[in-house]
Design a protein around this ligand. Structure first.
Ligand SMILES: [Zn+2]
Length: 322
């Protein structure tokens, strides 16, 4: 829609977004992308920034996409071995060799195999366009539009504002330029865990204090989230299977190395796994690499220019299990 129409519609309720939250649309994204912004963490693992979520860009309906992925190491206990880091094709309704192998592991009924399945389970990330308002570590980012990748905890905070549980609170479309609100991203290490609890939305305000030229420029600079959701970005089944076998090598229980017969019930069975293990204390210690296309060798993780991104993505991975 045009900027004018966007402004005209800004007062409409958040019903559309509430609906979307209930139905959730699936999507995908490539992470190896300089359009992505992440908060740089200090040595203690703390981070701070103020960002503003932007409305859905031109030709798009929902201001976020979500994507499942897997990120795990061959030997999770010893924290060694190659990494498997790939988008999960179940995001776009296709079969995933890891999810299938997890179902098999789970069905064996042994603790060891079920722990393996937990360690390798799919995890969710969301992607939205944002304006970075304050970035103390990298002030050159301030005022610019990026895509922000975040986990369930922050998505829950967004949901709670758009569709509050309490009837005494007014719904706020936090993505709105005129009636949305800034988001204070506060990342802390609490007892060794990355924690987002202190993050909060500020009170309602107009983006850029009402500077319409800057607002319009931000809107027009938004990246297409549809591109992130494109099924063409997902690797096909055979390629993923080959990578999985390569990463797991001989440590993979023999039965899961044989070709997996597609069984649609398997995925459903495993869904229940995600429900039962929600409250478990897990430290997957899963690092993530910006480029989802590669199998990362142990020695490469966390080195070089991607170190800061790694810190953040690591923190996201930690967060998802809390
Ligand atoms: Zn999967």
């Amino acid at each position: 829609m045009s900027f004018k129409t966007l402004k005209k519609n800004s007062k409409t309720t958040a019903a559309k977004l509430q609906e979307a939250l209930q139905g959730e649309q699936s999507g995908s994204a490539q992470a190896s992308d300089d359009r992505l912004w992440y908060p740089e963490l200090d040595k203690a693992g703390n981070g701070y920034a103020v960002i503003r979520f932007l409305p859905a860009g031109e030709g798009e309906e929902i201001p976020w996409v979500r994507k499942w992925h897997h990120g795990f190491q061959r030997d999770a206990d010893k924290k060694q071995g190659s990494w498997y880091i790939n988008d999960c094709p179940t995001t776009i309704g296709k079969n995933c060799p890891v999810c299938e192998a997890n179902s098999e592991l789970w069905d064996t009924g042994t603790n060891a195999n079920q722990n393996l399945a937990r360690n390798r389970k799919r995890k969710i990330n969301y992607f939205s366009n944002i304006v970075v308002l304050e970035d103390p570590k990298n002030p050159e980012n301030e005022g610019k539009v990026f895509i922000f990748r975040y986990g369930q905890k922050i998505h829950d905070k967004i949901s709670e504002r758009i569709d509050p549980e309490s009837e005494y609170e007014n719904p706020v479309n936090v993505f709105d330029i005129w009636n949305g609100c800034n988001f204070k991203l506060k990342i802390r290490k609490v007892e060794g865990w990355t924690n987002y609890d202190a993050s909060e939305f500020e009170t309602t305000s107009e983006l850029f204090e009402g500077d319409e030229a800057k607002q319009e420029e931000a809107y027009k600079t938004e990246c297409s989230l549809k591109e992130f959701a494109s099924p063409t970005l997902f690797k096909d089944y055979d390629e993923l299977k080959e990578q999985l076998n390569r990463v797991l090598g001989t440590s993979l229980p023999k039965k899961t190395r044989t070709p997996v017969v597609e069984k649609s019930e398997d995925e459903d069975d495993f869904e229940t796994v995600e429900d039962v293990d929600v409250d478990e204390e897990e430290n997957d210690d899963v690092a993530e690499e910006e480029n989802n296309d590669v199998v990362v060798d142990e020695g490469e993780v966390g080195t070089g220019v991607e170190k800061s991104a790694m810190d953040y993505f690591q923190s996201l991975a930690d967060d998802e299990d809390k």
